[in-house]
Design a protein around this ligand. Structure first.
Ligand SMILES: *Cc1c(COP(=O)(O)O)cnc(C)c1O
Length: 468
């Protein structure tokens, strides 16, 4: 047994660190000692239990009702379901709203999370994408109101948006939706467990939950700012009638009548129990203190970035997320990301989209309090190194070639050729530095970029494939 764990530990050593605040996307670190051990023990106690049947495992029913109640306390009430993550919560919000509408559409600000495009794809709901304000990156309520029509089943706003960390004007959008009798989902996946505490700390955070009339559902991820292990989110609905559309029953086979609240059927008690234990252990006061540390960290980093020559913060972020853009063409943010990586920090490149230029995303958590100056030093050094290296140049002929490719007409072989040319060939390791690859991807129109990256994903998930 110990050999197996040693092997696993060795594999994990090749990953980005999940603690210490050096990975500024994907992971959330409270910095609290002992929390992982508690969560692991709780997970082990319940991972063999199956939430498929809450009458057979009443402990899981209790854990779920407790978690939903805590989320509802933070977000103004409602009933809910525990899901596997933010994407599943958003999917279910769309599914519940769709009902049997013949040609349903949903009105999304262009900054809405890609989970809504996934919902559109899965459930046949046409996304009506409304551009956001080009400077603040907030949803434009008048334009969203104008986009609602008789086939609209859902209107979405973010609290905050992942890409820029800004709060959409929820109250105005909800009023427009309510005036048309349309449901309104607030995607608070990333903000729902931290912004209510910011408000208690005196930050002027507008209401975005059920206190706002017209809001019919809210999502909040516990594996983000509730600092729970991965695999837990909550979808709240204002009332139980609104929730029914994502419940599912089937008695049309000879086995048990399948009864599901979410997309999963067999559902492990592990993530649920781990989340329950973490939420109880940290507690309301604990979350307030974590929010205080996070707020101090994000303020300090934001202020410090303004002093880094060549970098600026996009928009006026309201939360824990920062998007850093370059002020100058003399260096490349993709190179800055590589240089940060060499210094032990992961920041996430976000490609240009509408008025949003190429930028670097930082998810700031409580563990970053105390490391702010290290991050800022690493950023300043990385920008200096990127300046010295000069911007990545994509050969204009190559850029023109890429821009003109139609992903619909390319064969698997042609994609394989493109991937090798981009340094993402099927065999061997990833390039240590990604700036050249990213610059090529940035030259590709979104549909081509999607397809190239899907083909790349297909090369990764092959038996025997490994980077270690
Ligand atoms: C993270 C996030 C999601 C998706 O959550 P996953 O847990 O990654 O599936 C949806 N919306 C927002 C705003 C998010 O930040």
């Amino acid at each position: 047994m110990t050999d197996v764990l040693a092997e696993l530990r060795a594999l994990r050593a090749g990953d980005l660190p999940t603690h210490g605040g050096h990975t500024l996307a994907y992971v959330y670190d409270s910095g609290l000692a002992g929390l992982d051990e508690l969560a692991a023990s709780a997970h082990a106690l319940a991972s063999s239990a199956n939430a498929l049947d809450p009458t057979a495992f009443p402990s899981l029913l209790r854990l779920e009702n407790d978690l939903v109640a805590t989320a509802a306390d933070l977000l103004g009430g409602g009933v809910g379901s525990v899901t596997s993550g933010g994407t599943e919560s958003c999917l279910l919000a769309v599914l519940a709203a769709r009902g049997d509408a013949p040609e349903p559409n949903m009105v999304l600000p262009s900054t809405a999370h890609a989970a809504f495009h996934k919902a559109a794809h899965l459930f046949g709901v046409r996304p009506v994408v409304v551009p956001v304000d080009p400077v603040t990156f907030r949803a434009d309520p008048a334009a969203m109101a104008a986009a609602i029509d008789d086939s609209t089943v859902l209107v979405v706003a973010s609290a905050p948006s992942y890409a820029h960390g800004v709060l959409d004007p929820v109250a105005e959008i909800a009023a427009a939706a309510a005036a048309r009798g349309v449901r309104m989902h607030v995607d608070a996946c990333i903000g729902g467990w931290v912004l209510p505490y910011f408000r208690r700390l005196g930050v002027p955070v507008p209401e975005f939950g059920f206190a706002v009339e017209g809001v019919t559902s809210v999502s909040v991820d516990l594996h983000k700012y509730a600092y729970c292990p991965k695999g837990v989110s909550v979808l709240l609905h204002r009332d139980a009638d609104l929730r029914r559309g994502h419940y599912f029953a089937s008695a049309r086979w000879p086995g048990y009548t399948m009864l599901n609240t979410t997309l999963q059927s067999t559902r492990s008690g592990g993530p649920l129990a781990a989340a329950w234990a973490v939420v109880r252990q940290i507690g309301d006061e604990g979350y307030l203190r974590l929010a205080e540390r996070t707020l101090a960290a994000v303020r300090r980093i934001r202020e410090g970035v303004a002093a880094v020559d060549g970098l600026r913060v996009l928009g006026e972020p309201d939360s824990t997320l920062l998007a850093l853009a370059a002020d100058s063409e003399e260096f490349d943010l993709f190179t800055v990301a590589d240089e940060m990586r060499e210094r032990g920090w992961y920041v996430q490149p976000q490609f240009a989209h509408e008025s949003s230029p190429l930028n670097l995303h930082l998810t700031v958590t409580a563990a970053n309090h105390g490391t702010e100056n290290e991050i800022l030093t690493a950023l300043a050094e990385s920008v200096a190194a990127a300046r010295a290296a000069g911007p990545v140049r994509v050969d204009p002929d190559v850029a023109a070639f890429i821009a003109a490719l139609d992903p619909g007409t390319l064969t698997g072989e042609q994609f394989a050729g493109l991937l090798s040319a981009a340094g993402l060939g099927g065999s061997g390791a990833l390039p240590a530095r990604m700036a050249e690859v990213n610059a090529l991807l940035a030259a590709a129109p979104p549909a081509l970029r999607e397809r190239l990256l899907l083909e790349f994903l297909g090369t990764l998930y092959r038996p025997g494939k490994s980077f270690t």
